[in-house]
Design a protein around this ligand. Structure first.
Ligand code: CTP
Ligand code: MG
Length: 232
């Protein structure tokens, strides 16, 4: 069955602090956004990608992707969730599956994509790629404004995961959940959190830790390395 992908790409990349949004930085010969879209089209079920970009984006139209008939553009919003919501609105069949993937995650491997799709397709409430937490986890607290935080406690990492993307859901379930969560003022930083807010239980699919979200300048060299490995 066909799966539509929605790619939020309307962020400004404030933590990267480059001369342009990070999805337009060059890594391993192409922009990060181009790598990300290529990775998605590796899967035969993904034949349409909806990209949310900023209304004032001057960069996308210069890419070869701009004339790809499989791609639809929508205007992104103020927050990531708004951009995703705008992308969902461009999907007609609300009983189909949608896969949401950050523009800033160019190192997605086909094997992870395949396992996510296999698990989500059989699920009631969708599934997300995630990687188990490796480090010991601490909860800090502000002791005083002029001192480093103190340690309140060690958080049991037994069932702790990093939420990655892609995240895959039925279009109607995700659209309704996002709408409800946003209306209620919930803090929504990924798609699954909107479903959780509505009482649904999406599933965790163990994915590779190198599916990093390029966030800070030092991530560029890592992404470059992983992409060289992928394309070898
Ligand atoms: N995104 C979006 N619309 C927004 C904010 C973010 O489509 N209003 C997208 C980004 O382009 C990115 C993904 O959501 O592909 C994940 O967001 P993040 O890594 O936080 O990117 P930025 O918001 O651009 O970076 P920063 O938070 O450092 O400003
Ligand atoms: Mg952000």
């Amino acid at each position: 069955d066909k799966i539509t992908a929605v790619v939020p790409a309307a962020g400004v990349g404030s933590r990267m602090a480059a001369d342009r949004p990070k999805q337009y930085l060059l890594v391993a010969g192409k922009t990060i956004l181009e790598h990300t879209i290529d990775r998605l089209f590796c899967h035969p079920a993904i034949q349409r990608v909806i990209i949310a970009i900023s209304k004032t984006d001057p960069y996308f139209s210069a890419l070869p992707l701009a004339t790809d008939p499989r791609i639809t553009l929508v205007d992104g919003g103020a927050e990531r969730a708004d951009s995703v919501f705008a992308g969902l609105a461009a999907i007609d069949d609300e009983n189909s599956w949608v896969l949401v993937h950050d523009a800033a995650r160019p190192c997605l491997q086909l094997s992870d994509l395949e396992r996510l799709i296999a698990t989500a397709s059989l699920s009631e409430c969708g599934a997300i790629l995630a990687s188990p937490v490796r480090d010991t986890m601490k909860r800090g607290f502000v002791q005083s404004p002029d001192k480093p935080q103190g340690i309140r406690e060690t958080v049991d990492r037994e069932n702790l995961w990093h939420a990655l993307t892609p995240q895959m859901f039925k279009v109607k379930q995700l659209r309704d959940s996002l709408q409800h969560a946003l209306e209620q003022g919930a803090v929504i930083t990924d798609e699954a959190s909107a479903l959780e807010f509505c009482g649904y239980v999406p599933q965790l699919v163990k994915g590779r830790a190198d599916n990093l979200k390029v966030t800070q300048p030092e991530d560029l060299a890592l992404a470059d390395f992983y992409l060289q490995q992928l394309t070898k």
